[in-house]
Design a protein around this ligand. Structure first.
Ligand SMILES: O=P(O)(O)OC[C@H]1O[C@](O)(CO)[C@@H](O)[C@@H]1O
Length: 542
């Protein structure tokens, strides 16, 4: 992020930092209209932000100064923008129509993508119509999807979000944690004869996924299956075909993915196989179509009307001008309850960086802490801090307008809570306003004044409200792609490589040497604290 960009925002921040949003609304009756944009079934109302027309223009020109247009074209056309891993970044190609062309190493990868999609479609149809059978000739009733991080979160939250589209004859269970309570709980309720296992690991080297897969394989054998039956029950999604084959996976059972797809961007690839099994191939294809719609919007819409650009630049505004450390996601939808955790990996693994693309240390703020939870539940838990705590946390409120149920009053209450929260965060309530209300209720002046200091709400707390026409496969695809592009735009502005994740590596390496120590084969000297933990564990768990 250049000093020029920071300097260009500074005068707007100086003008607006002590202006209350309530006043901005009072001054301009057209504010809500001015700061609302629509695309791909979304309505984004970003009027409850600490901006005016000039500040918004400055945010948009920041995207221009960062050469966003050129960088976007580079990504979509297969430029090697993941420089530390020498890779193109082409999750967008996974949702491109069959007749498009994206060349990598002289080959049109769209052909490979659609061949893989055909393989997914046939496989899913065979499982659903019962022509794919287990080792005793029975059709499959259950799927265990084993993976972690990007090989887990996307499939899990999408399957959860699209519950109304579920194929009735098949139940999909997700296992990620190496904590055996997870896999043993899942296995305990399943019948091995009718259970299919999908192991998803881009690298085919992730400890947790390998261990859980071994445990599932041992369970299958313990239930009476023979070694040669494993190939009927175990499928794998990986870009490391050699390692998968070495592990014993039948090459016919390997669904490919490619090194130009980052794990956290991979639900569009065969990593989405559990989704297609859960909701049917046609609905999976609709998710891809929704993602593609958002790609077209992002690539072709002027920045001032471009949803990912608007959301991204507002995020930079708060992070780099107002010093906000966190950003909260609040889906007012039980089915979208997992979405904050999904965006948490997407955003924090992408932009949690402190070296720029020119290999220089960064001295400005980059990716924020992403967290959140479903509304209305959060209102009775952490919203207290959002309203009255002394840290300001910009929020995204997300509400599907058309529910998948017919309980009108429930839905009205849900929407009312969502909108009222944005209102309360923005407006707040002064000590004087609260005092007057308390006096009107009969409280003495002094008591009212004291209590009002606790009840006052500062307000002026920013939020976006993102309305979705409905929570359909297509619109969910567009929602995921919207956040992917938001993260990309911020990465461009902060000048970081959003597509590597070196920060997770050291923990993996140390994890191996600590495991050796726990198993009595210590090879390295540990610090005194870690050694003490190892010793306590070893003396308790023999
Ligand atoms: O699909 P894999 O290779 O098992 O990796 C799982 C996850 O682990 C990470 O590498 C982090 O450890 C993520 O980036 C990735 O999504």
């Amino acid at each position: 992020m250049s000093q020029t960009i920071l300097d260009s925002l500074q005068p707007h921040y100086a003008r607006l930092k002590s202006v209350h949003m309530k006043d901005l609304f009072e001054q301009d009756a057209s504010r809500a209209r001015l700061f609302t944009k629509k695309a791909c079934g979304f309505t984004l109302d970003f009027s409850k932000n600490n901006i005016d027309k000039d500040a918004f223009e400055a945010l948009i020109s920041m995207a221009n100064q960062a050469n966003l247009k050129e960088k976007t074209a580079q990504m979509f056309s297969g430029g090697v923008i993941n420089t530390t891993e020498d890779r193109a970044v082409l999750h967008t190609a996974l949702r491109s129509p069959k007749n498009s062309e994206v060349m990598v190493d002289g080959q049109n990868i769209i052909e490979d993508v659609h061949n893989a999609l055909s393989k997914i479609e046939s496989f899913v149809n065979e499982v659903h119509n019962g022509t794919r059978k287990g080792y005793t000739g029975k059709a499959f009733t259950d799927v265990i999807a084993i993976g972690i991080g990007g090989s887990f979160l996307g499939p899990k939250i999408v399957t959860e979000a699209l519950k109304p589209y579920k194929v009735k004859s098949l139940n999909v269970h997700f296992v990620a944690n190496v904590d055996a309570h997870h896999i043993t709980d899942v296995l305990a309720k399943l019948n091995a004869e009718t259970t299919l296992v999908i192991m998803s690991s881009k690298s085919f080297g992730t400890q947790e996924t390998l261990k859980n897969t071994e445990t599932a394989r041992d369970w299958l054998l313990a239930q009476g299956a023979k070694f040669e039956d494993i190939s009927k029950h175990f499928m794998c999604v990986s870009s490391n075909i050699a390692k998968a084959t070495e592990f014993g996976i039948n090459p016919d059972n390997i669904f490919p993915m490619w090194d130009w797809v980052g794990g956290r961007y991979s639900l569009w690839s065969a990593i989405g196989l559990p989704i297609a099994l859960a909701i049917g191939y046609k609905n999976f294809a609709d998710i891809l179509a929704g993602g593609h719609d958002m790609d077209v919007h992002f690539q072709s819409t002027p920045f001032e009307d471009n949803l990912p650009v608007i959301m991204a630049t507002l995020g930079v505004w708060y992070r780099n001008m107002f010093g906000s450390q966190a950003h909260v996601l609040l889906p007012y939808s039980h089915y979208l309850r997992g979405f904050p955790a999904y965006v948490q990996q997407l955003d924090m693994e992408s932009n949690g960086k402190s070296t720029d693309t020119k290999n220089q240390p960064i001295d400005y703020a980059t990716g924020p802490i992403i967290w959140g939870g479903e509304g209305t539940n959060g209102q009775h838990a952490f919203h207290q801090l959002m309203h009255q705590g002394n840290t300001v946390i910009p929020a995204d409120f997300i509400l599907p307008i058309k529910p998948n149920h017919s309980e009108v009053e429930h839905h009205q209450m849900l929407a009312a809570n969502c909108f009222a929260q944005t209102q309360a965060l923005m407006q707040g309530e002064t000590v004087e306003e609260v005092t007057q209300k308390l006096i009107a209720k009969g409280m003495s002046d002094n008591d009212a004044k004291s209590l009002a200091t606790h009840k006052r709400m500062p307000g002026n707390r920013p939020s976006n409200t993102l309305l979705m026409a409905e929570l359909s496969p297509k619109q969910l695809g567009a929602l995921v792609a919207l956040y992917e592009h938001k993260v990309f735009v911020q990465g461009v502005i902060w000048d970081v490589n959003s597509f590597d994740q070196w920060g997770v590596e050291l923990g993996k390496v140390l994890g191996e040497s600590v495991l050796n120590a726990l198993q009595g084969q210590q090879t390295e000297t540990l610090d005194s604290s870690t050694q003490q933990l190892v010793d306590s564990f070893r003396s308790a768990v023999k």
